[in-house]
Design a protein around this ligand. Structure first.
Ligand SMILES: Nc1ncnc2c1ncn2[C@@H]1O[C@H](COP(=O)(O)OP(=O)(O)OP(=O)(O)O)[C@@H](O)[C@H]1O
Ligand SMILES: [Mg+2]
Length: 211
């Protein structure tokens, strides 16, 4: 059974963004989406990750048509089964890095993985407030927070946008390793061609669709 499958997904805001997006990803698959700014990459990711109902078409996660679920069921799927790394990382600025990650564990009852914090090289800044961290450190905290929930599908929108090449590759290594370990799926939006190529499938989004 695919973990994620779209059928004829089309969406427009003021103007049409994309038509008839069809793809299917299963255990340990990864797919990258590139495309010019404004082509709708983040929008497609939001549609696939329970955040936005498309104008037409359907999205199945774990075999369920997500936009025919009740709001309560939809929120449960979002909280427990998927992890979303947003383009702008939404951390609570008044809280410390540790408290931000701890929040993710409260709902899912997971514990914080110290090894993960070390891999991300953020263990030393855990006590600092988010406002005191560099952009790249904040980005790694937000990715660690998502992985702490142990989701089966990871949606990542420019997860390495704030990072230098070496750190970006290290963070991607962790994401790929994670997907393999949990037999999950990585849906990656990126502008970096070299990162895009590391995925099993690399697609470009334009008005013509996902090619
Ligand atoms: N909620 C919204 N209401 C109206 N228009 C929107 C909304 N969200 C996005 N758009 C428009 O849809 C288009 C695609 O936006 P989107 O953020 O998906 O692009 P993107 O490919 O992720 O771009 P970037 O590479 O710059 O992140 C843009 O023109 C944007 O202004
Ligand atoms: Mg975007």
């Amino acid at each position: 059974m695919p973990l994620i499958e779209t059928r004829d997904v089309s969406h427009s805001f003021d103007y049409p963004l994309f038509n008839d997006i069809n793809f299917s990803l299963g255990e340990s698959d990864s797919m990258s989406i590139t495309g010019v700014s404004g082509s709708g990459k983040s929008t497609l990711m939001h549609i696939c990750s329970t955040m936005l109902k498309p104008n037409s078409g359907s999205v199945q996660l774990f075999g369920e048509d997500i936009y025919s679920l009740s709001q309560k069921e939809l929120i449960k799927t979002r909280r427990e089964k998927i992890g979303i790394i947003f383009q702008a990382h939404y951390l609570f600025r008044g809280l410390s890095a540790y408290e931000n990650i701890e929040l993710a564990t409260i709902l899912t009852k997971n514990s914080i993985d110290q090894e993960l914090l070390e891999k991300f090289k953020i263990q030393k800044v855990m006590k600092q407030k988010i406002g005191e961290l560099s952009g790249g450190q904040q980005q790694r905290v937000s990715i660690a927070r998502v992985l702490t929930k142990r989701p089966k599908i990871i949606f990542a929108d420019e997860p390495t946008g704030n990072l230098d090449e070496k750190t970006a590759n290290e963070v991607m290594d962790i994401l790929f390793e994670y997907i393999k370990e949990v037999k999950g799926v990585l849906f990656l939006v990126t502008h970096e061609k070299s990162l895009a190529k590391r995925c099993k499938y690399s697609k470009n989004l334009s008005l013509k669709g996902l090619i």
